[in-house]
Design a protein around this ligand. Structure first.
Ligand code: ADP
Length: 193
C-alpha cells in the first residue's frame, strides 16, 4: 500500500493535482472538503452542522471529519493506497489518522506540500468563486480560511517533518509542471499504474 497526503493552503491546487495523481497512480482519493459538501447538499444532520463552520471559513470539528475518514477507509479495503486531500488539517486529525492506519497495518508514506504565494491564493480562489458556486469562495470567507490555515493547519507540516515524511514543492507553476514535480517524488515510492 502507498498512502499520500497532499498538503497545502486553500487554493494551492490540491483538488486539481489529486485528480491527475488518481489517474496516473490509481490511488483512492479522499477529500474531506468534497465529502462535507456532499453531506451539506444532501442536508444530512452532519451536513447541517458542518455548514455552520464552513460558511464562516472555520474548520469543522475534528471528531466529525475523523469519523468520515474512518468510514471511507473501511469502504475501500482493496485500494492500492489513498491520497488524502484537505486532511489532516489539525494535529489532532494527524494523530487520529496515524492510529487508523496503524490498525490497518499501514502508514502515511509521503506528504507533499504545495507552496504558493498568498496573493496568488487569493486571486485563484476569488476567480474560482465566480464559477464554482461555492458559498465559501467570497473574499471575506477566503481571508478567514487562510487565517485558519496558518493557525491550525500549517503546524501539521512540522508533525510530518519530524518523521522525515514531508517534501515541500513549488505550486505556482503551470498545472502540468506542478504535476511533474509531484510525480517525480511519488515515483521514488510507486510506479505508474
Ligand atoms: P479549501 O482547501 O479550498 O479551503 P476544502 O474543500 O478542502 O477547501 O474545504 C472547505 C471547507 O470544508 C473548509 O473551509 C472547512 O470548513 C471544511 N473542511 C474540509 N476539510 C476539513 C478538515 N479536514 N477538517 C476540518 N474542516 C474541514
Amino acid at each position: 500500500m502507498f498512502n499520500l497526503i497532499l498538503f497545502g493552503p486553500p487554493g494551492s491546487g490540491k483538488g486539481t493535482q489529486s485528480a491527475n495523481i488518481v489517474q496516473a497512480y490509481h490511488l483512492q482519493h479522499i477529500s474531506t472538503g468534497d465529502l462535507l459538501r456532499s453531506e451539506v447538499s444532501r442536508q444530512t444532520p452532519l451536513g447541517v452542522d458542518a455548514q455552520k463552520y464552513m460558511d464562516q471559513g472555520l474548520l469543522v470539528p475534528d471528531e466529525v471529519v475523523i469519523g468520515m475518514i474512518s468510514n471511507k477507509i473501511d469502504e475501500n479495503p482493496d485500494a492500492r493506497g489513498f491520497i488524502f486531500d484537505g486532511f489532516p488539517r489539525t494535529r489532532g486529525q494527524a494523530e487520529a489518522l496515524d492510529k487508523l492506519l496503524e490498525l490497518k497495518k499501514t502508514q502515511i508514506h509521503l506528504v507533499l506540500a504545495l507552496e504558493v504565494p498568498e496573493e496568488d491564493l487569493i486571486k485563484r480562489l476569488v476567480g474560482r468563486g465566480a464559477t464554482s458556486g461555492r458559498s465559501d469562495d467570497t473574499e471575506e470567507v477566503i481571508t478567514k480560511r487562510i487565517k485558519e490555515y496558518h493557525a491550525k493547519t500549517e503546524p501539521v507540516a512540522g508533525y510530518y517533518h519530524a518523521f522525515g515524511k514531508l517534501q515541500r514543492l513549488k505550486g505556482d507553476n503551470t498545472i502540468e509542471d506542478t504535476f511533474k514535480l509531484l510525480s517525480a517524488e511519488i515515483e521514488k515510492h510507486l510506479q505508474p499504474a
